[in-house]
Design a protein around this ligand. Structure first.
Ligand SMILES: NC(=O)c1ccc[n+]([C@@H]2O[C@H](COP(=O)([O-])OP(=O)(O)OC[C@H]3O[C@@H](n4cnc5c(N)ncnc54)[C@H](OP(=O)(O)O)[C@@H]3O)[C@@H](O)[C@H]2O)c1
Length: 459
């Protein structure tokens, strides 16, 4: 404008009231900040971004408050600060709500429209209710040739009707700007139906996500409590890249995350869980977490030689199950005697005993006792690292010729053979995976088996 290429009245400037500023008292200050940044005294169009209020100060609470926000928007028009007001990503039901009380009608609904999301019904509703006729388009480019071409080369020709119809008939439809991150189990939007008045997006999205991620079928074991636990978990006993690794593991198909509070990395694990849950690629009920979240699927109590203290701690664990903070409780490194004693006085029985099990320490007697008592065994130290620390003269299992020969004959890695052995031995296992290759390598063990001879040889 300063250089004289255009006058303010030649331009049509649109901006959005961001989700964080939807409270009535925040609307005018937000607009004034925008006007200041844009060096203009008015906007041509101001849109409410999403029917979702997300006040930063109030954490993750979402409160639509559409009437409150819209009334404050109308006051901006009264003050001459904005010429038109509208909305962005509003469904038909939400537009109906505004139309039921508004003094000034919304001029525009900015929504996703393209050949694989034609949005026909919403466009028809808007046309019928005088909310912008047809569609306009906002091209975005930082490339000078594209900018020029988007301006000049699209206004001087038309698609032949036949071509337009062929593009418009593309069968595959998928809403991409779906707002799934605004859905919360506690509401106010719990489903796509709440947000978009339809359920098909959720089904399409699930199908689409499954086709991209190709999650493996994860086998589970039924614990004595009735809960089903994925038999292959991923350990988070990692020195670095904890958040990235947990996210990668979940996106690759792991559904069991094993957390150790001693490692002090629960915040990073929590951040990874939040990230995948808010993407809705994985749902909270589908993941088994032994760690710190809204509730724990499993918490293990380490064995203690002082049986009085050990049993008192177990009573506390039982109380946490009563409060709904823990779904299942188990023991770690409990001997037959300790297990028997806890079970003798327990109100809620341990569902798991996590103990060292690998071909160098099969722990047969303890495993047999657990099996008899319906206590599932989770194998710790599957590559025998703890064992090795105590018996330095024993060659590491991963380097043992027998394990390497079996691995070579199957085109697998020694670690995969040992993880597979643990599964075939009836235990569940949560190996540590510090790289995408390891994550895939661990999941790969779900696709094959050790032959009876190889399993027995490793045994
Ligand atoms: N209401 C909402 O929730 C919402 C959501 C998304 C977007 N929007 C609005 O829509 C606007 C556009 O966003 P968008 O999501 O449509 O854009 P986008 O996908 O983020 O960007 C457009 C892409 O197309 C490329 N491109 C542009 N012109 C091209 C050409 N002539 N030939 C080849 N490539 C070309 C650009 O690359 P180059 O830079 O290399 O050209 C860019 O990568 C945004 O600014 C926003 O205001 C709104």
């Amino acid at each position: 404008m300063k250089a004289g290429y255009a006058k303010r009245e030649d331009l049509f400037i649109t901006s959005k009231l961001w989700n964080t500023d939807h409270a009535a008292e925040d609307v005018r200050p937000a607009l004034e900040a925008t006007l200041g940044d844009l060096h203009t005294s008015y906007l041509d169009l101001y849109l409410i971004h999403w029917p979702v209020t997300e006040p930063q100060k109030k954490g993750v609470r979402i409160d639509p408050g559409i009437r409150e926000t819209w009334t404050a928007m109308e006051e901006l028009v009264d003050m001459g600060l904005v010429k038109n007001i509208g909305v962005s990503n509003f469904s038909i039901r939400k537009l109906e709500e505004i139309l039921s009380f508004c003094r000034i009608r919304p001029s525009v609904n900015q929504v996703e429209v393209h050949p694989i999301w034609r949005n026909d019904e919403l466009i028809a509703y808007c046309n019928d209710h005088d909310i912008h006729h047809g569609t306009s388009i906002i091209a975005k480019s930082s490339n000078p040739c594209h900018i020029k071409s988007n301006l000049e080369d699209v206004l001087n020709f038309e698609l032949a009707k036949e071509d337009y119809d062929r593009i418009s008939a593309i069968d595959f439809q998928l809403r991409l700007v779906d707002g799934i991150r605004y859905l919360r189990l506690e509401g106010p939007y719990t489903s796509m139906n709440d947000l978009w008045d339809e359920d098909t997006t959720e089904a399409w999205r699930t199908r689409f996500i499954n086709s991209i991620y190709k999650f493996p079928d994860m086998p589970t074991v039924q614990l004595s409590s009735g809960h089903r636990m994925p038999i292959l978990g991923v350990s988070t006993w990692l020195k670095q890249n904890v958040q990235e690794t947990v996210e990668l593991s979940l996106r690759s198909g792991f559904r069991h995350i094993d957390v150790s509070s001693q490692r002090g990395n629960e915040a990073q694990i929590g951040a990874a869980l939040l990230e995948v849950f808010s993407d809705w690629i994985v749902h909270r009920p589908d993941v088994w977490v032994t760690g710190k979240v809204d509730y724990l699927d499993l918490c293990l109590l380490p064995a203690h030689n002082n049986m009085t203290a050990f049993k008192a701690a177990w009573t506390t664990m039982e109380a946490l199950v009563d409060e709904g903070k823990l779904r299942c409780i188990g023991l770690q490194d409990a001997s037959i005697e300790q297990l028997a004693e806890v079970m003798g006085s327990a109100r809620i029985l341990p569902v798991i005993n996590s103990v060292e099990v690998h071909p160098g320490n099969r722990n047969d007697a303890l495993l047999a006792f657990c099996r008899c008592q319906g206590v599932h065994v989770m194998a710790s130290s599957w590559p025998a690292t703890a064992y090795m620390l105590q018996h330095k003269d024993v060659p590491a299992l991963l380097r043992k010729p027998l394990v390497n020969n079996i691995a070579r004959s199957m085109g697998k890695r020694p670690a995969q053979v040992l993880i597979r052995w643990a599964l075939q031995h009836g235990t569940s296992v949560s190996p540590k995976a510090g790289s995408p290759e390891h994550v895939q390598g661990i999941l790969d063990v779900l696709n094959w088996e050790l032959s009876g001879d190889d399993y027995r040889a490793a045994d």
